[in-house]
Design a protein around this ligand. Structure first.
Ligand code: PNS
Length: 183
């Protein structure tokens, strides 16, 4: 069975990659499909995103990376896929995703949407969160693969904050009041 994993992936995160890895164990082939969306102003061009995803999934032989425009179900039919793969992080995702699955079902009864629950450790993670942290100078080294973190730091024109990978504290510890008075 062939599954399409559609999305914007601007940029792809460790949460997306976890889902792709798990999907690749369930399906014969997973096609990660980047939507060419003229209505959005992405951080990365479609070509950059394709390159980033290809580099991040090169260890998974049954994963292919492609782009598409138009309706996802049409693309799925064109690729002879039977499944749309989507991740669910929280109840808020569920509402949007269920509507999308129902809409897609009205467009093609042949295509099923399969949801995988996001792994717990990535339940907060989204491309927008990554961009927001990086924009304000925080570390994203624990949220995306290293080569993508570099691309993002470059976009926001700063280097890796070189922090503890699970900390986003960019400032040194505050001095005590007495030390401040002495200074
Ligand atoms: O990563 P995203 O932005 O959550 O992905 C959303 C995506 C690309 C899967 C969705 O917007 C989509 O399928 N767009 C293509 C147009 C389409 O098929 N619309 C009908 C379903 S609502």
């Amino acid at each position: 069975m062939i599954a399409i994993y559609p999305g914007s992936f601007d940029p792809i995160t460790l949460g997306h990659l976890d889902l792709i890895q798990r999907g690749s164990r369930l399906f014969e082939r997973v096609i990660v499909a980047v939507l060419r969306n003229p209505n959005k102003m992405p951080l990365f061009s479609v070509q950059q995103r394709l390159d980033q995803i290809r580099l991040s999934t090169q260890h998974l032989p049954n994963v292919e990376v492609d782009s598409f425009d138009g309706l996802t179900v049409n693309y799925a039919q064109m690729r002879h896929a039977q499944v749309l793969l989507r991740g669910l992080r929280a109840v808020s995702d569920f509402e949007v995703e269920l509507q999308m699955a129902h809409t897609n079902k009205t467009l093609s009864t042949q295509i099923e949407t399969v949801f995988l629950a996001t792994s717990n450790e990535y339940s907060f993670l989204s491309s927008s969160v990554v961009k927001e942290i990086a924009r304000f100078g925080g570390s994203i080294d624990h949220l995306v693969p290293p080569h993508i973190a570099l691309d993002i730091y470059q976009c926001y024109n700063h280097n890796s904050p070189m922090l503890n990978p699970i900390s986003t504290e960019a400032t040194p510890p505050l001095k005590s009041m007495s030390a401040q008075r002495e200074a």
